[in-house]
Design a protein around this ligand. Structure first.
Ligand code: IMP
Ligand code: MG
Length: 186
């Protein structure tokens, strides 16, 4: 019998099955976001601080970073919900926080998916205490169907239906992050 941590019986394999979002669509959208973000920050007088939310956003962030035409620094936050499964438990703990102070810096948070909105809002609250000059949010995916905390996403890759997704950094029980496209689970 499968528990919540075991992989699904028929996991999608590289290059098989039908992607919800193909690698080509992702690449095109990431280039657009790179241009949009570079335009938004073109007049700031200091490098942008990209804050990647580990682990899920690592793949998106590394492509997005290379789509920028402005100077940017890279920082990481490791936040995780307690417990596992496909629904966020709502409690968040921090295993790593940005190294440098964000005071007076322009900060762009990079997330893989905003679901209930709980994780990102806890992180935003924590980082705002450092008094950045500005703080914006880029999320590869937005799944508004399950939103509990109203969340403004400044740069959205794709709005998706109410399905759990994997690939391009997103995992199920730690697996499938390496898939180049985004797949719906079940
Ligand atoms: P939230 O706190 O409910 O908004 O959940 C956001 C976090 O849960 C994301 O940063 C992801 O790590 C994870 N998550 C939510 N939905 C999915 C999904 O469909 N696939 C993989 N991870 C997900
Ligand atoms: Mg995440």
């Amino acid at each position: 019998m499968a528990d919540v941590l075991s992989p699904p019986a028929a996991p999608p394999k590289r290059g098989s099955g039908k992607a919800m979002i193909t690698p080509q669509r992702i690449a095109r959208r990431v280039r657009e976001l790179g241009r949009e973000i570079s335009g938004t920050y073109q007049d700031i007088d200091q490098p942008l601080v990209i804050v990647v939310i580990l682990k899920g956003a690592a793949v998106f962030a590394s492509d997005l970073l290379r789509a920028l035409s402005i100077p940017a620094e890279l920082e990481f936050v490791r936040a995780s919900s307690y417990g596992a499964g496909t629904a966020s438990s709502g409690r968040v703990k921090f295993a790593h926080l940005v190294e440098g102070p964000l005071t007076a810096r322009h900060v762009l948070l990079v997330e893989d998916i905003v679901d209930s909105g709980r994780t990102i809002n806890v992180i935003l609250k924590k980082l705002r205490r450092q008094r950045p000059a500005s703080i914006r949010l880029a999320s590869l995916l937005d799944r508004p169907a399950r939103r509990e905390v109203p969340t403004h996403i400044d740069f959205t890759g794709f709005v998706i239906p109410d399905r759990f997704v994997i690939g391009y950094g997103l995992d199920y029980a730690g697996l499938y992050r390496e898939l180049p496209g985004i797949y719906s689970l079940g």
